[in-house]
Design a protein around this ligand. Sequence first.
Ligand SMILES: [Zn+2]
Length: 238
Amino acid sequence: MSKAYRIGEIIGIPIKVDLSFLIVLPLFAWFFSIQSEPFGFAGIQSEIMKYILSLLTALLLFASVLIHELAHSYFALRFGGSIKEIRLHLLGGVAAMRKEVHEPLKVIMIVAAGPLSSIVLGVMLLFLGFALNPVSLKDGNSLFLVVFILGYVNIFLGLFNLIPAFPMDGGRVLRAFLSIYMDYVKATEKAVLIGKIFAVLLGILGLFTDLWLLLIALYIYGNANREEQLVKMTYSRY
Ligand SMILES: [Zn+2]
């Protein structure tokens, strides 16, 4: 495991940031500084202000990921699980379980809590944004832009995570749902298969439209495979 720095503790869970996170944070800030309205601050005159707002947005973006992971963790704790730590890294965050919960309905609530918290937070931020600046996007003040970007990204984060494929939360919800009707390994195989079919379709779409989609498809396919092997390895011992 790569090096991680502890930055604090919330509801008894240590919060750590990975080394990769420290590299990607300035990259995100730079990304926001070159995007034009309403997804960035390229249009802002003052250079200093542009970078401060970009960095603030990048930091709050990772705070949003932290809230998503805390939502998972809160329900996991409520249902008798225990969390070792929450790690923020290159591609987001992960709440590492020390003791897992296995009852399907509880798992569904724990997993669904993440994306739902992101969507609710996103909608609230968009409302707050429009309350700050009810006129129009174009006349936006810079604070409005920060809130708008965060609201938008949180909703995207929530919806993207509902895709029924590993490693997204949707894949885990699907497996938990299937495991009501079949054993855990079979449920994993079925969920992985659905994830792979999704990845192949996305990959084909990516070939003809946007190569980024192809990359995401490869990532999903690889993770689906890994999840299947992991579960088979763990459960073949019994
Ligand atoms: Zn999640």
